[in-house]
Ligand binder design. Structure first.
Ligand SMILES: Nc1ncnc2c1ncn2[C@@H]1O[C@H](COP(=O)(O)OP(=O)(O)OP(=O)(O)O)[C@@H](O)[C@H]1O
Length: 265
């Protein structure tokens, strides 16, 4: 891989990460590419969230390294890192009384000074445009004046996505972004992140639903903290892999070009 290509990657190399005292990630090497939608899958406790937190720099690895755009993550100044890597945490709680546009503006640091999170800085037209762009792309502009408490769970998730996109990151990491959403909203989230990846963003999402994960460009299958398989959905979602990871007998088939995983009782 050339230096130029490597500059568009988020990489884990021989990563070992503890969650508390538990060795949750054990020697994971993976490369995520800008412009691709990657899903991290695996059974409960496989180490997915721990890996995501290490990729974000929220957890320090015991050994191994995370490299963002070819540079070790620990060498990045924190503000620059926060602008390059955006995170949508599992079950993100939004301030209920805040208006949608103000929540999305948090992605640009607006209001964060109130809580002493970052020093204040002048608000610019570029900030305003980034907020409007993120609202537009997530279909939330039409209710930008509504309060968070007036939104459905699916609408709130889109606002969280807009907040993350307003940062204009190179990579967006999402932890179970479709949790607690109905089927239509699950597909809606996936459609939006696919579209962002097609526009050049690197997307890494922890997903439990294998049907949704099959819509990703690349999959990373974890099992007991290790990589069991990685590659295209066709390469990863095979009956032997599913049996090894989930202890599940399943048929994998195609319908209208889509990969379907059908568990057998
Ligand atoms: N603070 C902690 N102390 C001890 N063990 C922990 C801690 N946090 C996580 N673990 C363990 O580390 C392992 C990996 O956890 P992690 O949350 O990364 O898995 P996951 O694949 O995201 O799981 P899930 O799909 O259930 O969310 C699990 O066995 C979990 O019990």
């Amino acid at each position: 891989m050339s230096r130029e290509e490597r500059a568009d990657t988020l990489e884990a190399e021989a990563l070992h990460v503890r969650a508390g005292s538990f060795p949750a990630v054990r020697g994971v090497s993976a490369r995520f590419q800008a412009g691709q939608f990657a899903a991290v899958i695996g059974p409960n406790g496989a180490g997915k969230s721990t890996l995501l937190r290490a990729l974000l720099g929220l957890t320090r690895p015991e050994s191994g390294e995370v490299r963002l755009l070819g540079r070790p993550l620990r060498a990045w100044p924190r503000p620059e890192r926060a602008r390059t890597l955006a995170y949508l945490a599992q079950g993100e709680a939004l301030p209920p009384d805040a208006r949608v546009r103000d929540v999305v503006a948090l992605g640009r640091g607006a209001g964060a000074w109130k809580w002493g999170l970052i020093p204040t800085r002048p608000w610019t037209q570029a900030d305003e445009d980034a907020v409007t762009g993120a609202l537009t792309r997530t279909d939330t502009l039409r209710f930008e004046d509504r309060r968070v408490s007036e939104l459905s769970g699916g609408e709130r998730q889109r606002v969280s996505l807009a907040r993350a996109l307003a940062t204009q990151p190179r990579f967006l990491l999402l932890d179970e972004p479709t949790n607690h959403l109905d089927l239509a909203y699950q597909l809606d989230v996936i459609r939006h992140v696919r579209c962002e990846a097609a526009g050049g963003l690197g997307v890494v999402a922890v997903l439990h639903d294998l049907g949704l994960a099959a819509r990703a460009d690349r999959l990373l299958l974890l099992h007991q903290g290790r990589v069991l398989a990685q590659g295209t959905p066709e390469e990863v979602l095979t009956p032997p892999h599913l049996h090894a990871a989930y202890g599940l007998r399943a048929r994998v088939t195609r319908d209208a070009g889509r990969l379907l995983v059908i568990p057998e009782d």
